[in-house]
Design a protein around this ligand. Sequence first.
Ligand code: ATP
Ligand code: MG
Length: 785
Amino acid sequence: MEKYLSQLNEAQLAPTIQKEGPMIIIAGAGSGKTRVLTIRIAYLMSEGVDPFNILSLTFTNKAAREMKERIATIVGASEAKNLWMGTFHSVFAKILRIEADRLGYPSNFTIYDTQDSDRLISSIIKEMNLDKDIYKYKQVRSRISSYKNSLITVRAYFQNPELIEADTMARRPRLGDIYKEYVERCFKAGAMDFDDLLLKTNELLTRFPEVLMKYQNRFKYILVDEYQDTNHSQYLIVRALADKFQNICVVGDDAQSIYAFRGANISNILNFQKDYDDVKEFRLEQNYRSTKNIVNAANSIIEKNQTKLEKVVWTANDEGEKIVVNRSLTDGDEGRFVASTIWENKIQHHVPNSDFAILYRTNAQSRAIEDALRKRDIPYRIYGGLSFYQRKEIKDVLSYLRLIINPADEEALKRVINFPPRGIGGTTIDRLVVAANGYKRSIFEVMKNIDKTDVKINSGTKGKLLDFVTMIESYQVMNQTADVFELAEHVTRTTGLISEFKKDGTPEGVAKMENIEELLNGMKDFVEGQKELADTTGNLAEFLEDVALATDLDADKGDADHVALMTIHLAKGLEFPYVFVVGLEEDLFPSAMSMGTRSELEEERRLFYVALTRAEKQAYLTYALSRYRWGKLVDSEPSRFIEEIDEQYLNITTPIEERRFNPMLDADIFGDATSPELSRRLDPNKIRFKAAKQPEFKKGNTSKEEPIRNQVTTPKNLKRVVETGDNTNLFDNKLAVGNLVKHIRFGSGEVLKIEGAGADIKAEIKFQHGGVKKLLLRFAKLEVI
Ligand code: ATP
Ligand code: MG
């Protein structure tokens, strides 16, 4: 333990070995908050605290897993296994399963993901004959979600005239009725949505004092990371659980509070002192993550916010490179800039793809970046898009599995009752839904007892319904002995899912088959992993629990080497050597939807602070002058956030239209910088060429006397240009047949032929690797060797 404590600075050590009492660490990005939490847990254990008595709440399950692994290296895996560690949702889902019957839920309740909630809300809107353009399901869902996170139950809603009034004013007078129906349907289906996991935990802890006491006694030590982003519901859970022993340690940074739109309440961190007696407050000031340039630039941004706690953040790290600011003409060019910069860095510094992250404000921005990365064969992975488990074919498989555990699960049933097609039509399903509501039973029960009901369904269809019931029941029997992999393998075969996708035959169908295969492989891993890390059997129920709360980030096993693409929201707590923050444009970042009030704008600024502080070595800020949004090309202006950074920390590179013919950056492999899109946007009247420095590329310079001049360079020349930035006479050489040349991508080769004139001169070159190529000298980055 001593060894690990000695790896902390003094300011970090103090909260780490402060064993008892309420405490808060408020500190800027990269100052070691998460590290302190981790080492503190190991310290508590080394001091004899039972891991069963420690509850640690993190922002993602991945963060929890990493923490656990780190702790395992300090205190040993068998001890670390017993820690209660995870996100609020995953930890309290576990507790709810144990206590479910008190709330009238089965312990095998399903967790509805957002897709399930959306589908249920949509069908309720339809059943109630409401206008779906006024009652947009996503808006309705987010309304219901915010009620739940503020602990406003259906009953509380109907007792609050102000809420009813507000929804009526928003032309949605039936919102309360939808809320009521939604809650009842979830209950009947034995399902909880994500918000329920917190709401029901609160209900459990307030309605049952003995349960509260049980968990207060269990969690003698509570630690919460990213405390600035807890919502009201989470806040109340923590407060209730910590109330008895008050050994509560929260860490956070008010400057990184970025989830207000989802109900996070920054005052939770600001008011912590008021909630407990004798709160010890700790500050960490030294940043270990980033260079001086990055730390100082980030400080200069956050200073602009009025609502903030004063903090000092400094670093002893190197000055580092200045932050590169790059302007592009279009989003396509922006993507190309990012891709080529990654490519250059990889070559120059021999770093893996995983050293790079590309962060954006909205998921829609990833497309242009992806295109550019693909062109250069740079492997990447998008996080937080449609997660693997939400893909249609995967959800189909999972729906069958969910039915095995909980046949009342309405959304799962509706999904697969007629997929693969088995002749159970829409009308039949509608009738079943109505009957189930009438009998106050699940659809599955109605199906099972179809002969005893008065549902109008012909006998042929009744037979099909009963076949379906029998099939699910046979799986339930199998589930008693088989592990999740064996079971799923059997299910995908016998339901006809596999043959359904095989029959499809299209590339999409093949991709779906592969995904199902990946799911099955994942299950195998899961079975093994559960036995090792968690001491359980790896059965279906455990698997479904894991999947329901898995985010994309969690699925990452860190085994593949790829560039990470994600929204800034998702990047919280992470760090990468090289970070690109793209799309720094007004109305995009800050978002057009968040500029109405000062507090919204300040949240956007905090988001920018989070983005920039992810970078260890080098940050790039990019923006485009025009961008495709909602299918249209719109003009854009640079984000105010760029201007807000103290200029001394910035390296504002030559805008792309000025350097597009700079062979140092754009030649050949960069030749795609002259996309048709860019050419279209290239208005010569607006573009300032640095004519004096780049005479060779001035329009009309096709002079016969110097056809080859200025097209080829030597290593010496290149070095000079790199060192001085002056590219005068860069190409003051002639190229002749027989010359040996070096190309940035194809390596060395011999010039076989030269043809054409002026800007169109081409050379035929035989490369060692890649064979004979004809290259336009204007773009080919050639060195005579
Ligand atoms: P964020 O606010 O972004 O969540 P944080 O305050 O949680 O950041 P950490 O992620 O714990 O900061 O630490 C940032 C980086 O600095 C990590 O790579 C960590 O290992 C390193 N670090 C922290 N403290 C020290 C230290 N005393 N010596 C060396 N490295 C350290
Ligand atoms: Mg952290």
